[in-house]
Design a binder for this molecule. Structure first.
Ligand SMILES: *Cc1c(COP(=O)(O)O)cnc(C)c1O
Length: 226
């Protein structure tokens, strides 16, 4: 459920609804920067992480280009790819999870984005961090890897891996996270992406200026610090 601190922050925020939200989301970005040790320029805020997934598709895909994702992966990937006019390549799953070797083989010179949900929803499978790291390292830096970690906080400590640390080595990596799951704020719609500053900049160019509302901004910052 909702953090009591987030509840209080929302009550405060609704006293000021006549104003537009901060289009740059400064306070929430600061809370994210403080929590994860990234730069402000690496953060993209979304109306749920659905929104940042869509921004990645709109910034990097177009007709004639391809995106790779797994069978049984998160349902939004094919929708985002389709709405960008690009071609989705669905790779058959293995044991209901991502078949990484098959996904690597599905990458062609037309591929610009690979989507991976880890852990996956709806099947609950996990690609071990080490396998993922080797996969990303072996890809062309021209191929963006969107690593969707909506359920990351539920992983047992021994299954966790440092995807945010990988951003220093992989300029083509986008890590997405959300306040919808462990923070219990799904109804507010707020999520974010972390990436190299150049990639974050491209995603921010296709972002609607007030995509995250002021109540959501306040609640998310408070929840993160609770
Ligand atoms: C829930 C979920 C999302 C999207 O959540 P938002 O509410 O849009 O932040 C994205 N990916 C996966 C795998 C999910 O389970």
């Amino acid at each position: 459920g909702v953090s009591p601190l987030a509840m209080r922050a929302m009550q405060q925020a609704i006293t000021d609804l006549a104003r537009y939200p901060d289009g740059n989301g400064f306070e929430l970005k600061q809370a994210i920067v403080k929590t994860f040790g990234v730069e402000m320029s690496q953060v993209v805020l979304g109306n749920g992480s659905n929104d940042v997934l869509d921004m990645a598709a709109r910034a990097f895909l177009a007709p004639g280009l391809e995106a790779v994702y797994s069978e049984h992966a998160f349902a939004v990937y094919p929708l985002a790819v389709q709405s960008a006019g690009a071609t989705g390549i669905e790779v058959a799953a293995r044991n209901y999870g991502h078949y990484i070797a098959g996904m690597r083989r599905a990458v062609t010179p037309a591929t610009r984005v690979v989507f991976i949900a880890n852990p996956n929803n709806p099947t609950g499978t996990l690609v071990p961090g080490r396998e993922l790291e080797v996969f990303i390292d072996g890809l062309s830096r021209e191929v963006l890897v969107v690593l969707d970690e909506a359920y990351r906080e539920y992983l047992a400590p021994e299954h966790r891996y440092d995807s945010i640390g990988w951003l220093k080595r992989f300029p083509n990596l986008v890590v997405t996270r959300t306040f919808s799951k462990v923070y219990g704020l799904a109804g507010l719609r707020v999520g974010y992406a972390l990436a190299a500053a150049g990639v974050a900049d491209l995603m921010n160019r296709v972002r609607q200026p007030f995509n995250v509302n002021s109540v959501a901004l306040a609640a998310a910052a408070a929840a993160l610090e609770d």
